[in-house]
Design a protein around this ligand. Structure first.
Ligand code: UDP
Ligand code: MG
Length: 232
């Protein structure tokens, strides 16, 4: 695996030893609000992000969706790597995901000019990321610091049921029992430590997502409003 990562870092023109690179994030957290949206697979991140976009003109970026788009992009050198990671429920080398997110953020800031998007300002819901501690560190150093983490929680039984239901129509290669079990494991082992770290910093709003979409949305909306009020 390290050889693969080196190859990718090289292809993306990333320096191998990042500590020698001046690390000013690409975006100023005073102008750009980043909210990380986390929770297990099937916890409701995507559904709730779609609702929150309507409330506050966020740009919703799902790391998984960006990776799937890159997987299918003609000429992408990461197609095979992404496909394997997604099916196995493992995490794609962070360089790929962080670059995709940064590129999408730049594009949104250049294009949008509605309220909250004037003079290089912007607000993002980054869904399903960071899933591992090293991704969080790289994103903070190179892209932007998050203002908060929305953390949706429910039981594995509920998540499994939702994912299997979604699998009937999603066409996703990872909405099957075998992949789901692997995703749960990656979530517990790699993503929970990220959430715990942000909890220590007082940045996490935990929301029980076992109830109806509307009820969850109401709670998420209040948490987001508080965070936006703080950063304005
Ligand atoms: N993934 C990844 N890095 C990320 C986000 C996603 O490697 O930062 C991969 C990983 O293999 C994951 C898959 O993409 O299992 C699907 O992610 P998605 O967020 O779409 O799943 P969800 O949590 O929404 O069910
Ligand atoms: Mg999702």
């Amino acid at each position: 695996m390290p050889a693969v990562i080196d190859k990718i870092a090289e292809a993306l023109h990333l320096h191998k030893n990042r500590s020698t690179v001046a690390s000013t994030p690409a975006f100023d957290e005073k102008k750009v609000t980043v909210i990380f949206v986390l929770g297990g697979p099937g916890a409701g991140k995507g559904t709730q992000c779609a609702r929150l976009v309507q409330d506050h003109d966020f740009c919703h970026l799902s790391a998984g969706d960006l990776l799937r788009a890159e997987q299918h992009r003609e000429g992408s050198e990461y197609g095979q790597l992404i496909q394997t990671c997604i099916k196995e429920g493992t995490i794609v080398p962070m360089e790929v995901t962080v670059k995709l997110l940064e590129k999408a953020m730049k594009a949104a800031i250049a294009e949008k000019n509605s309220e909250g998007w004037e003079d290089g300002r912007g607000r993002f819901l980054i869904d399903g990321f960071p899933r591992k501690m090293d991704q969080a560190e790289m994103f903070e150093q190179e892209v932007c610091k998050p203002s908060m983490v929305l953390f949706f929680t429910t039981t594995e039984e509920v998540m499994l049921e939702r994912l299997l239901e979604r699998g009937k129509t999603s066409g996703r290669e990872d909405d099957n029992v075998e992949s789901i079990k692997k995703r749960f494991r990656t979530y517990k082992e790699q993503t929970m430590p990220v959430i715990e770290q942000y909890e220590k910093l007082g940045k996490v709003a935990e929301i029980d997502s076992s109830v109806t979409i509307e009820e969850v949305h109401e709670k998420a909306k209040v948490a987001v409003q508080k965070s936006l009020a703080r950063s304005n």
